[in-house]
Ligand binder design. Structure first.
Ligand code: SAM
Length: 364
């Protein structure tokens, strides 16, 4: 298979990674801890979901009353439109429903709605979800799903990895709040970094840069080392893991308001646990920027007033009260002044991806 076909196949497979209940619960808890009313009276859309309902749908349906939601809508993508083909079997839940249609089950997407006590048991929960086939295939770019987006206050999902940029743009153009799963590498994309820089979006509270386990379609091929890693985390069977997944969101959480504890430059040079810093006379300076290179987030000096280049994982610890984001060394057009984004060099050698930051207020 040609290399590009292989990449394409891998991408298609990564589009079918299913989020675990516990990961959703941990992340959403952080928003609820910070603001117990964050979902009150809101309409939440969960697009790009599973053919049946996903853990996102399950989690929000189970917590519908506790969160004070107004309406929950979840949509799935038609099996025939998916790039990754695996043996599809409609569930008994669907087959036993009078609406079941053996043609539409593959050709159409589905919509699940929760907004009232259908069963009359005095509470609104998973048992009250109502479903039907969509008119189209559930493509988030279709007019049918766009209408649902426009009706919603918030969009929450793990979108197809291969369409991440388009999906984010689709939310942003409608000005909706969101919580979505992505990849740490997306941070420096030209469609992503400007939003982070302007504090219009940030990383979520949990899971960033750690191993995140995902379900895969039954029988899908998973690299043995990923299967073993998932098993070590307690997920045995049709699961894989990704080491660089993260949440991107517009919902606030407490972690981003905790200042990072830091040592002074002098103390770092004397006591840092990193051999690249300890014992040196000073921090390295870039050849092409008036800034110092700080290769580890915990080595950011507390008392340096100038500009510092830090790894992208810094964003896991970023608090907008403590630091200002100035640019990244990828994509010239990310920086209106054209200073950053040209690659950063140390003694003629290009450094890894860096984000340029400055203390808002330097500790004296
Ligand atoms: C990464 S999976 C996540 C599924 C589910 N949201 C979850 O978190 O478990 C992304 C899903 O989006 C679907 N998908 C792919 N392209 C799509 C599109 N253009 N519109 C809507 N959904 C799409 C995939 O088939 C897949 O089921």
């Amino acid at each position: 298979m040609a290399n590009s076909n292989l990449t394409e196949a891998k991408r298609a497979k990564n589009d079918e990674f299913y989020t675990q209940y516990h990961d959703i619960e941990k992340e959403i808890n952080a928003y609820i801890d910070y603001n117990p009313d964050v979902f009150r009276g809101k309409t939440v859309l969960l697009p790009c979901d599973d053919p049946e309902w996903s853990n996102f749908t399950k989690y929000f349906a189970q917590n519908f009353e506790r969160f004070g939601l107004k309406k929950l809508i979840s949509t799935s993508y038609a099996v025939n439109s998916k790039k990754y083909k695996s043996g599809y079997q409609p569930t008994l839940f669907e087959v036993n429903d009078p609406q079941y249609d053996e043609y539409k089950t593959k050709k159409n997407g589905k919509i699940f709605i929760l907004d009232h006590d259908k069963t009359g048991d005095g509470k609104i929960d998973v048992n009250d979800l109502e479903w039907r086939y969509l008119k189209g295939d559930g493509d988030f770019k279709s007019d049918e799903i766009k209408k649902l987006r426009d009706e919603a206050d918030m969009i929450i999902t793990n979108p197809p990895f291969s369409l991440f940029r388009e999906f984010l743009a689709w939310i942003v153009e409608a000005g909706k709040q969101f919580v979505i799963i992505g990849n740490m590498n997306a941070i420096t994309y030209k469609e992503v970094f400007p939003l982070i820089k302007e504090n219009k979006m940030w990383l979520g509270a949990t899971g960033n840069g750690n191993d995140m386990v995902f379900g895969v379609p039954k029988g899908a091929e998973v690299a043995e080392k990923d299967r073993q890693k998932a098993a070590r985390l307690g997920y045995v069977g049709d699961y894989t893991r990704l080491g660089n997944s993260c949440w991107f969101t517009t919902l606030d959480h407490g972690k981003r308001h905790q200042p990072l504890p830091l040592m002074t430059m002098e103390d770092n040079l004397k006591y840092s646990k990193h051999k690249e810093i300890k014992g040196k006379e000073s921090y390295d300076r870039y050849d092409n920027y008036n800034a110092i290179e700080v290769p580890f987030t915990d080595a950011i000096p507390s008392d340096y007033e100038g500009i510092m280049g830090v790894p992208i994982s810094f964003l896991e610890k970023y608090s907008p009260e403590q630091f200002e984001l100035l640019g990244s060394n990828r994509g010239v057009d990310q920086d209106p002044n054209g200073v950053y984004g040209r690659g950063s060099y140390l003694n003629g050698k290009e450094t890894f991806k860096r984000i340029f930051i400055r203390h808002k207020k330097v500790a004296k």
